[in-house]
Design a protein around this ligand. Structure first.
Ligand SMILES: [Zn+2]
Length: 278
């Protein structure tokens, strides 16, 4: 089983490449890491590659060759200058929007730290995201999606990177599975009883949320239910609150109670929506 670090994220993106169900825009959320960088770059190459094999770039086609030489004409990158991303910077991209990809299957626009866009620049980006151009894919990478305009987030397929995760041991995995069973079939009283037994150790709490997240992420890969997506966001929010020194029992009980409700009464609407692009 491949649960280490962000291999699940890679799996989700690989599925998108394999099925050709590429979103017009992705928000790559979560702490920066070498692994996150590597996965984002691998995904860009996968989007550009002319003959991907099983969701992986082929490393051989003319598009991959250009990518490997860091000379790809369809890859456009922006990062903040100083502590903001300005309108003038974003304007550099305008001319490319008129053209079809040169070499690759897509034109890929990577924007780092969109939370630092000035207000006019954010509005301008929003406009571009609202009117998708065929053959373009936007990748926004951020550590803090909460500081982005919700209108921007809602137009992106959000991918969460956790970073630094370890493969679960088989004991831990069993524990996580039995906990998920309580979330799915147990009563709130049963859940609270289990949580009381856990006590208020921050590390234990974090591991528990992480383990539940890993199990539900795995399910989400196979079945993209909106209720599961909501649970993943709730768990990530809980983990953040733990890092911010919020009360451990409070975070655990509130987060997992919400997850339990969502899993037991959540909608089953499938999230294969809008933003396909051909
Ligand atoms: Zn290729």
């Amino acid at each position: 089983m491949k649960l280490r670090g962000d291999s699940l994220v890679r799996g989700q993106l690989k599925e998108d490449l394999k099925k050709g169900s590429i979103a017009h825009a992705y928000l790559m959320a979560g702490r920066s890491s070498e692994e996150k960088k590597e996965i984002v770059m691998w995904f860009v190459q996968g989007l550009l590659c002319l003959e991907p094999e099983d969701g992986h770039p082929c490393n051989a086609c003319v598009s991959c060759q250009a990518w490997l030489q860091q000379l790809h004409p369809d890859y456009h990158y922006l990062q903040p200058e100083g502590n903001s991303l300005k309108m003038e910077q974003l304007r550099l991209w305008n001319s490319f929007f008129r053209y079809r990809p040169n070499l690759g299957r897509h034109q890929v626009f990577l924007l780092e730290q969109p939370e630092l866009l000035t207000a006019p620049a954010a509005n301008s980006l929003l406009k571009v995201l609202e009117e998708p151009l065929p053959g373009t894919v936007f990748l926004l990478t951020t550590e803090d999606e909460r500081s982005l305009l919700p209108t921007i987030v809602s137009r992106c397929r959000v991918v969460y990177f956790r970073g630094g995760g370890e493969k679960l041991g088989s004991g831990e995995e069993q524990e996580a599975d039995s906990f998920v069973r309580i979330l799915k079939d147990g009563t709130p009283a049963k859940l609270l009883k289990e949580l009381r037994l856990l006590g208020s150790d921050r590390g234990v709490a974090r591991n528990l949320l992480q383990a539940v997240l890993t199990v539900l992420e795995r399910e989400y890969r196979f079945e993209r239910k909106s209720s599961l997506a909501t649970c993943l966001s709730l768990l990530l929010e809980g983990m953040r609150q733990l890092e911010e020194n919020a009360s451990v029992p409070l975070v655990l009980s509130l987060t997992l109670y919400r997850v339990q409700r969502k899993l037991q009464c959540g909608s089953t609407i499938v999230l294969e929506s809008r933003d396909e692009n051909g």
